[in-house]
Design a protein around this ligand. Structure first.
Ligand code: PLP
Length: 455
């Protein structure tokens, strides 16, 4: 049954062609469907820092869509590249066939990547990048003849997408609870969140390095000869922005290297300038073995994910005696889709021509002070930041965890014309890298007003 009968269009629209007749058929992902359909939040256009509702209301984008649109919305250069590509080549098979832009893009990405990453494997999302990285890691050890290396290690509160591999190494309880079926031989390190020790830290918190001992303990318990890989988000995003404590990531890297365990950085949100460098690996000066990418790879315009692969790993697959056999039995119909590649090439040009990564770095102090100015605002119990990432954690409502932040999300959209992202009782902020200082001020002011009004 359609809910539309009881639903009153909140938009004073003279452009009703943009407003759908029936909201019911769509089962929206990660959404409270029933509530949304009673009071929808629709966006139908975008430009620069703003979304527009079907009735033309302007919405300030505080989260780059969903941590994707780092170059800002509807950049002409990217739009033109997609249009041109669509006219030229709609689709090309990716298995034992190729199209020029997939090779061109691979070269461009490896030029941007830390040293040693000279190969790229494409998928269509962050989840597929993660699945690909996990499978490459497992297959790598088979190629090396170390068949016992099968254990994967993730972290509590980690998010690595929604497919079964990513879900298994991921550690957000709510995402796992409904399914209860995971890959075997997966272990989780603790997350690094600790309000007693680290609340209101600016940048990387001081406490937490000692948590890396848990990795050493797992190695003692299971033996390094059985552990294939550790996967980590350099900055955990979807769980509500957990900034890695000082020295934590270096220590994890050191333990992995010393024990011959692959380290996978899931940079789906930290990639492409979010921390003021191309990748978090560069920001933290840590070289993992595999890097997962998506989102900012083409500023969210066409679905695409990728894995950056170190030479040592790629070469292990290329040493086959018979060159006419497949080296990795994995891939997707839409791997390196021409539209996604064209969009990515244009996006990389925009990042470079507009110096967007440097811009993010230059803005990060202003951003930090702005986000932390919310300290003392109603219900705020922690504020975190790094690069152009921020988070505001709220005291949960009695007996109704997540409700307060959800109310803030709705209120901010409808009343303050601001797009936020919430997860649990945490508000995450990750604006497009083109944001101006006045827009940072506006975003924080809108959030402050919303917090003061929300129960
Ligand atoms: C760190 C990380 N990995 C993987 C994913 C999954 O990406 P997608 O939603 O494109 O599958 C996300 C999405 O937010 C993410 O933040």
């Amino acid at each position: 049954m359609s809910l539309l009968g009881s639903f009153k269009n909140p938009f004073k629209s003279n452009d009703s062609s943009h407003f759908p007749n029936d909201l019911e058929p769509l089962w929206m992902p990660f959404s409270a469907n029933k509530d949304f359909k009673k009071n929808p939040r629709l966006i139908s256009k975008a430009k620069g820092m703003y979304y527009y509702t079907p009735s033309g209301e302007k919405i300030l984008d505080g989260v780059a869509g969903l941590w994707c649109c780092n170059a800002g919305h509807n950049r002409e250069e990217i739009v033109e590249a997609i249009k041109k590509q669509a006219e030229e080549l709609d689709f090309a098979p990716a298995f034992n066939m190729g199209h020029p832009k997939s090779f061109e893009l691979s070269s461009r990405l490896t030029q941007l990547a830390p040293e040693g990453f000279n190969h790229v494997f494409f998928g269509n999302s962050g989840s597929e990048a993660v699945e690909s990285a996990l499978k490459i890691a497992l297959a790598y050890w088979r190629e090396k003849g170390q068949n016992e290396k099968t254990i994967l290690i993730g972290r509590k509160r980690g998010y690595h997408g929604t497919n079964f591999g990513g879900l298994s190494v991921g550690g957000i309880e709510k995402n796992r609870d409904q399914f209860k079926k995971f890959l075997p031989e997966v272990y989780h390190l603790s997350d690094t969140h600790n309000l007693q020790k680290n609340a209101f830290s600016k940048g990387q918190p001081i406490w937490g390095e000692e948590l890396t001992k848990e990795l050493e303990d797992l190695i003692i318990e299971h033996g390094s000869e059985k552990i294939a890989a550790v996967i980590i988000e350099p900055v955990a995003g979807s769980t509500g922005v957990l900034i890695p404590p000082k020295n934590y990531l270096n220590k994890i890297k050191k333990i992995c290297t010393e024990n011959n365990i692959l380290l996978i950085f899931d940079e789906v949100i930290t990639g492409f300038g979010r921390l003021g460098k191309a990748f978090a690996s560069e920001y933290f000066n840590i070289t993992p073995d595999l890097i997962c990418l998506a989102k900012g790879i083409n500023s969210g315009t066409v679905p695409m994910g990728a894995v950056l692969v170190q030479d040592e790993i790629y070469n292990a697959f290329m040493s086959k005696k018979d060159e006419k056999v497949i080296d990795l039995f994995h891939g997707y119909t839409y791997s390196a889709h021409p539209l996604a590649c064209a969009a990515s090439l244009a996006t990389l040009d925009v990042y470079k021509n507009d110096n967007l990564f440097e811009r993010a770095s230059e803005l990060s102090f202003y951003w930090q002070e702005a986000v932390h100015s919310l300290k003392g605002t109603r219900n705020v119990i922690d504020i975190r930041n790094l690069g152009l990432i921020g988070a505001v954690e709220l005291e949960p409502m009695d007996g109704k965890p997540t409700r307060r932040a959800y109310n803030v999300l709705c209120e901010a959209f409808h009343d303050q014309k601001t797009l936020l992202r919430v997860t649990g009782d945490i508000i995450a902020l990750s604006p497009p890298l083109i944001i101006a200082k006045e827009q940072i001020d506006q975003l924080i002011e809108n959030l402050k007003i919303t917090l003061q009004k929300t129960e």
